[in-house]
Design a protein around this ligand. Sequence first.
Ligand code: Q46
Ligand code: ZN
Length: 289
Amino acid sequence: MRHHKLALCAPHYLEWFLAQTERTITRYHMFEPEERILVAVSGGKDSLALWDVLLRLGYPADGLYINLGIDGEGEYSHRSLEKIEAFMATRPEARLHVVDVAATYGATIPQVARRKLRGRGKPCAVCGLVKRHEMNRIAQEHGYAVLATGHNLDDEVAVLLSNVLHWQVGYLARQAPVLEEREGLGRKVKPLCRFYERETAAYALIRGLDYIYDECPFAEGNLTNFYKELLSRLETESPGAKMQFYLSFLQARKDGLFGQAAQEVTLHPCPTCGQPTSVPGPCAFCRLW
Ligand code: Q46
Ligand code: ZN
């Protein structure tokens, strides 16, 4: 790890990874040992690595898998669930919640997106909306204190670059390792946010986690992946550049650079589902269906 000027063998790498995760959890006050955690799992390396680490650190962490009904090549969603079930088979203490979007709401994500967008564009906006709503719903219904996602440093800096390029000050104010809970919205945390993507991949590999390698077929050619490529070129030239970009952003944010924008908008409960929304009336999720 050039950016850390550190080289480790496999057993020490695993120790290091656990200790670093624990340090991130404490540093950003993500959760206390007795708080119940819901981990959003996709079957990919980051979310399975996160779930594995939290269990090994002794946290009460359950999983949530949202079946989006994305088939693409070889039934993407179906294969994702298989990986998660294989993970669970060797961890009897782990519990998994599964939400099947088509069974619950009557259409898969590609179907509802086609309806909504009349065939234009990718279903990602619709997909993001549904995932956020369902994560929040399951966390609330089952009384989880916190929702954890597997975002790594590469994910975070790609979003950061995108937000900076468009000067999305409101988004910048809200991009953080921890989003505190507010009326009707649970706390959200990203315990892997200080790991490079290849570090979470190395962890998954050494731990022998079997995960889904392919990305969702709709991710191909998206802008986030292009930003990731750009940032990786920067990293090659200047090891540690991504970490530097992210940490100095967090510092600037803490110093109040986005202070005005951080002022929260007033939220109203949706009359249909009860989740908070910024405009009075039904929320975007309920309007979608
Ligand atoms: S948003 Fe888009 Fe992802 Fe949903 S449709 Fe696939 S690529 S899974 S993170
Ligand atoms: Zn609603």
